[in-house]
Design a binder for this molecule. Structure first.
Ligand code: NAI
Length: 328
């Protein structure tokens, strides 16, 4: 098949070329949008990532251009209008799990960095400042953690938390029996949040949970608690979180995702004036750590993404069952 790969960075090209199972790949650095959908003419399939926008208007144009297949090289599909895809007769396949441990480990890296301030210690020592002033942290042993979402990543994070001796309460509309048998307690969202010193989000973004962390839910947090979001930016009402940081209600914030990330992430904007005032405000807090959607970014996960993407393409081409199809 002739496949147009959007939102390509050098590392995407490297892994996709290495594991290509015989398709013709054309790489575009651009993020797919209505403005550049004309580029898709003559392609059988598109390979998309988290910030490519495939909405109803884009699908109408894709149908006209003869595109038959979307290969998402990610798990989340909130950026794809699935009813519009089905109306256009375009199949959508994804990579349902690519090293959930990679994201879970990154979530723990964020907890440890915010807590023990290793990023500040690193810089201080390099400048000959060996003072411990302001670097005090807290033990994770016996620390209460709210785990919001216990799917593949939440499960992997639970294992890590158990290793650290944390006391975990989870919230998930579909509790996992195997985790209950391992001793995990489930409660409501409010119950899980109320007790926690660390709240970590591991659920997909949907219409139901858009801005689930807002001024109302933040008021339920234990004062000074830590919030970690490695899932999707839209789970958090950013302005409410900024207010909670200013008042001290929120003590720490770790973000690997951001609601307006498509304008910023995966690009080098170091010579530009950032126009997004909310991210600029967030960056200015000493107790906020932001990474640009790198939770998945390990060698193992990139290999898994590439091999599953081509397995999906091959299954479609050969008329085999589409195990990783997402439907409206
Ligand atoms: P999954 O589908 O295995 O699990 C999601 C879990 O969330 C399910 O158990 C589901 O019942 C639960 N859930 C759904 N709505 C909920 C709600 N309102 N409150 C609490 N729980 C809810 O998904 P997986 O693989 O664990 O991934 C989770 C999310 O992580 C993805 O949807 C994606 O947004 C994000 N992600 C981030 C990456 C990164 O690089 N930062 C990489 C991969 C995924």
């Amino acid at each position: 098949m002739k496949i147009a790969v959007f939102s390509t960075c050098k590392y995407d090209q490297e892994f996709l070329e290495k594991y290509n199972s015989g398709h013709e790949l054309v790489f575009f650095e651009a993020v797919l949008s209505l403005q550049n959908v004309a580029l898709t003419q003559g392609f059988d399939a598109l390979c998309l990532f988290v910030n490519d926008r495939a909405d109803a208007e884009v699908f109408a144009a894709l149908e006209e251009n003869g595109v038959r297949l979307i290969l998402l090289r990610c798990a989340g599909f909130n950026n794809v209008d699935l009813p519009a895809a089905s109306e256009a007769g375009i199949k959508v396949l994804r990579v349902p799990a690519y090293s959930p441990e990679a994201v879970a480990e990154h979530a723990m890296a964020m907890v440890l960095t915010l807590n023990r301030k290793t990023h500040k210690a690193y810089n201080r020592v390099r400048e000959g400042n060996f003072s411990l002033e302001g670097l005090i942290g807290f033990n994770l042993h016996h620390c209460k953690v709210a785990l919001i979402g216990t799917g593949n990543i939440g499960k992997a994070f639970y294992k890590i938390l158990k290793g650290f001796g944390c006391e975990v309460m989870a919230y998930d509309p579909y509790p996992d029996e195997s985790l209950i048998n391992e001793g995990l307690k489930y409660g409501t969202l409010e119950e899980a949040i109320a007790e926690a010193e660390v709240v970590s989000l591991h659920c997909p973004l949907s219409d139901d949970n858009h801005h689930m962390i807002n001024s109302t839910t933040l008021a339920l947090f234990k004062k000074g608690a830590m919030l970690i979001n490695t899932s999707r930016g839209g789970l958090i009402a950013t302005q409410d979180v900024i207010e909670a940081l200013k008042s001290g209600q929120l003590g720490y914030l770790g973000l690997d995702v951001y609601e307006q990330e498509s304008e910023l992430f995966f690009q080098n904007l170091s010579e530009d004036v950032i126009q997004d005032d909310q991210i600029s405000r967030l960056i200015s807090f000493p107790n906020v750590l932001i990474t640009s959607h790198q939770g998945f970014f390990t060698k193992e996960a990139m290999e898994q993404i590439a091999t599953t993407t081509f397995a999906n393409a091959d299954a479609y081409e050969s008329g085999l069952p589409l195990m990783n199809e997402v439907q409206a």
